[in-house]
Design a protein around this ligand. Structure first.
Ligand code: FPP
Length: 244
């Protein structure tokens, strides 16, 4: 019998939650505020959800902070988002470290401003030995790019004779993804009522449970998180097998 992928049994809390934090702009517009105000409140919701994950025993939290497609937004908004990220990392790092959080970033980082690249590297280095919650921030991330990068690495390995074509397996492929070493997400939440994956963790979410909630991201609280986890725990995960 083929081995089931290493996911959780349904009754335990998800090991890994991934979130598409959507609705910041609409939250701000509904209040007559600039979009930046929505992103600012969104960063507050991040703090709340990080604490919630620690509380509920979630081991990995991956947040979609900036997609490879988000560069298409007006330059001012891109700058605002980068600025917010700088502030978040600088302001929260000491606290995250004190709380034993390990922080990692996934995405194509060479296109980011150099000070952000340094900030990311410093945050990862400072928290690398922490054993509490793993906070993964997807920054300039796109799943199709990630998959193409992995294919290029495998092709290079085959060309250099380090790997035989028949050694390309789900495991060797996954080990070339940005998420190498991080378990697949068990639960993916998207806020704001939209029901799309938007190029987020396409390989990794093959058997992930999906939760689409109407709440706009800045309004997302630990109560919403608790409900999404409780709903997840009621689901039966079959990985293509029949029900028990
Ligand atoms: C989507 O809402 C949200 C984003 C593209 C950015 C998410 C960023 C944050 C929550 C703040 C910083 C993040 C961290 C990790 C500190 P949208 O702008 O597309 O909203 P809309 O669909 O209502 O316009």
């Amino acid at each position: 019998m083929p081995l089931a992928p290493a996911y959780d049994e349904p009754s335990s809390p998800p090991t890994h939650i991934a979130i598409i934090m959507d609705g910041n702009g609409r939250w701000a517009t509904a209040r007559g505020l600039p979009r930046f105000a929505g992103h600012q409140r969104g960063a507050e919701a991040v703090r709340e959800v990080v604490e919630g994950c620690k509380h509920f025993g979630v081991r990995y939290l991956t947040l979609y902070a900036f997609s490879s497609e988000n560069w298409k937004r007006p330059e001012a908004e891109v700058n605002d988002l980068m600025g917010l990220l700088r502030v978040y990392v600088k302001r929260e790092l000491a606290d995250l470290h004190k709380n034993d959080v390990r922080i990692r970033f996934i995405g194509k980082h060479d296109a980011l401003p150099s000070d952000i690249q340094e900030l990311i590297a410093g945050a990862e280095e400072r928290t690398r030995d922490n054993t509490g919650l793993n906070l993964v921030i997807a920054l300039n991330y796109g799943a199709r790019n990630e998959i193409i990068d992995a294919c290029r690495q495998l092709a290079e390995d085959v060309r250099e004779g380090r790997l035989m074509p028949n050694e390309i397996t789900e495991q060797t492929f996954a080990s070339r993804l940005y998420t190498n070493g991080i378990p697949n997400p068990d639960l993916l939440i998207r806020t704001s009522g939209e029901q799309r994956l938007s190029n987020f963790l396409l390989w990794q979410s093959a058997y992930c449970e999906l939760s689409f909630v109407d709440t706009l991201w800045p309004d997302f609280t630990q109560e919403h998180l608790a409900k999404a986890i409780a709903d997840y725990q009621k689901r039966e995960r079959r990985y293509g097998a029949t029900s028990a």
